[in-house]
Design a binder for this molecule. Structure first.
Ligand SMILES: [Zn+2]
Ligand SMILES: [Zn+2]
Ligand SMILES: [Zn+2]
Length: 177
C-alpha cells in the first residue's frame, strides 16, 4: 500500500543548505568518501592514502581550507612537509570533481555532490566560514545571456557570494536586540 506509506523525511545530504545548520555530518563524510572511492575506481584511478587523507581533512567541516592549512595537517599525519604534496593531492581532487577551488578565499572545499553534474554557486558565510553549494544553473544561464548582450562568449565562470548564513543572521539580530 504505497499510498499509506509516509514519505521519507528529506535527507540532509540532499539539502544544499545543510552546511548552515547542524546535521549528521558523520553521515555526510562517510557518504562523500564512499562516493569518492567508487568514482576514482570507476575511472581507473586511485584514491591514494594522501589523496584520501586530503579529502578527509576537507570534509571535516563545511568550509574552505587553504593549501598550507591542508599541508600542515598532512605533515602532522606524516605525509611530509613539502608543499607539492598538498598541491598535487588538491589538484587531483579538483580535477576529479571531489573538491572545488574557492577563488575568493584562495582555498579548497570538498564537493557536496561528487559525481553529480552540477554547476554550483558558492555561498560563503563571513560569520562562521561555512560554505554551501547552491544549485547555480539559473545563475549561469543569466550570466550567459548577459554576456551575449555584449557579444561575449564565456569560457569559465565561478560565482561566489559572501554573506551570513541563517545561524549567523539570528545571532547578529540577537546581538542588536
Ligand atoms: Zn555535513
Ligand atoms: Zn560540488
Ligand atoms: Zn554562519
Amino acid at each position: 500500500m504505497p499510498d499509506s506509506t509516509p514519505a521519507d523525511p528529506p535527507r540532509a545530504e540532499d539539502d544544499p543548505g545543510r552546511a548552515f545548520y547542524s546535521h549528521d555530518h558523520g553521515h555526510c563524510t562517510t557518504e562523500a568518501l564512499a562516493r569518492a572511492e567508487a568514482l576514482t575506481t570507476a575511472r581507473g584511478l586511485r584514491l591514494t592514502p594522501v589523496r584520501r587523507r586530503t579529502l578527509e581533512i576537507l570534509l571535516e567541516q563545511h568550509r574552505a581550507m587553504g593549501a598550507y592549512e591542508v599541508l600542515d595537517r598532512l605533515a602532522e599525519d606524516g605525509f611530509g612537509k613539502q608543499p607539492p604534496v598538498a598541491y598535487r593531492a588538491l589538484e587531483f581532487l579538483v580535477e576529479q570533481g571531489l573538491a572545488h577551488r574557492i577563488r575568493r578565499l584562495n582555498a579548497f572545499a570538498a564537493c557536496a555532490r561528487p559525481g553529480e553534474a552540477h554547476r554550483p554557486v558558492f555561498l560563503i558565510c563571513t560569520g562562521c566560514d561555512a560554505i554551501a553549494e547552491a544549485p547555480g544553473a539559473r545563475v549561469y544561464e543569466a550570466l550567459k545571456l548577459a554576456a551575449r548582450d555584449v557579444d561575449f562568449v564565456i569560457d569559465r565562470a565561478n560565482v561566489e557570494a559572501v554573506g551570513l548564513c541563517p545561524t549567523c543572521q539570528s545571532s547578529a539580530s540577537e546581538a542588536r536586540a
